[in-house]
Design a protein around this ligand. Structure first.
Ligand code: AMP
Length: 312
């Protein structure tokens, strides 16, 4: 049965809703998403309902976790369809802000990076002494996301979960987890939930959020929820819409070889190298390109796996 859902777009309004509800004895769960919802997201809502009686789903495509060469401008979205799905599963609020970041620099202007460099004394080139004479060299370029590319220079504060963000997906996406941790911290400060639910499909992300909550004393219980797959075995993802039928066939090799590796481990196989080699071989044979394949212990620090292997 479809239920009424309140749509809130303003930070102050959701904070005040949340405070009123908590003072009336309610418990609030937040499910952060970027929209284009599928059954994987809905399963997080169902999990959230086990832990709280009021559910907020945020829908916000976060520019600070996209590198300039990634797919921010074409990331899929369909708010009306999301609304229908959330009405059907039954949530109380959709938090759907247009922008979560400050847009002005401290001087009150939306400046170009040149202005800010001048205002802050930052110079992109520096002079260094070399063999008695001075030479001018370029500073190492700052890591930047689509947020900085847009010139949204009002935002300067970043959360970095320093060790966990470096390995695995962090190797090829160096600004991704900085953006995720920062936007989740902002959502926690704005929505003030008691509980937040994340998918273990994005395992490193889930671990990073747990660590951030622990290290920075957020008063939020973080729940990890299991992966939901389509009938053919592919993990559901908003980005699956980019896949052609042929691409999807190739992608199925990922779950196939990971399941085989899991059965091998369960039946006593302990050679990480062999397991990793067969995973990589099956994906390559299916026509896939591998960013990384690593085997780690569940509670090991994700940044330092015993034998990292990667091939492009
Ligand atoms: P996204 O909208 O892709 O940012 O994902 C929002 C949340 O949904 C994250 O916590 C994801 O880990 C989770 N999620 C996405 N796909 C799945 C899935 N197939 N199974 C379980 N959780 C998922």
């Amino acid at each position: 049965m479809a239920t009424e859902v309140e749509i809130i777009t303003c930070k102050n309004q959701i904070r005040s809703w949340s405070r009123t509800m908590r003072s009336n004895g309610h418990k609030i769960a937040l499910v952060p998403t970027m929209g284009y919802l599928h059954q994987g997201h809905i399963s997080l809502v169902e999990e959230a309902k086990k832990h709280a009686n009021l559910i907020v789903v945020s829908i916000y495509i976060n520019p600070s976790q996209f590198a300039p060469n990634e797919d921010l401008t074409r990331y899929p979205s369909d708010f009306n369809s999301d609304l229908l799905k959330l009405k059907q599963v039954g949530v109380n609020v959709i938090f759907h802000p247009e922008n979560l970041y400050e847009t002005n620099s401290e001087s009150g202007q939306t400046g170009s990076s040149e202005n800010v460099e001048r205002e802050s004394g930052f110079e992109p080139k520096i002079e260094i002494e070399s063999g008695g004479s001075s030479v001018t060299v370029e500073r190492e370029s700052e890591l930047s996301s689509c947020l900085e590319e847009r010139g949204q220079l009002g935002h300067q504060t970043w959360i970095r979960v320093e060790k966990l963000e470096k390995g695995l997906c962090g190797k090829s996406r160096p600004i991704f987890f900085r953006g995720v941790a920062t936007v989740v911290a902002k959502l926690f400060n704005v929505v003030e939930p008691d509980v937040a639910v994340f998918g273990k499909k994005d395992y490193q992300q889930w671990r990073i959020i747990c660590r951030m909550v622990q290290d920075l004393d957020f008063s939020v219980e973080v729940i990890g929820s299991e992966i939901v797959r389509d009938a053919d075995g592919l993990a559901m993802s908003s980005r699956n819409v980019y896949l052609s039928a042929y691409g999807r066939q190739k992608a199925l090799s990922i779950n196939r070889c990971l399941s085989k590796a899991k059965s091998s481990i369960q039946s006593g196989e302990i050679s990480c190298k062999q397991l990793r080699d067969s995973v990589m071989q099956e994906i390559c044979e299916a026509g896939g390109r591998i960013d990384y394949a690593e085997i780690i212990l569940g509670k090991a620090p994700l940044s330092c796996p015993p034998n990292p292997v990667s091939s492009k």
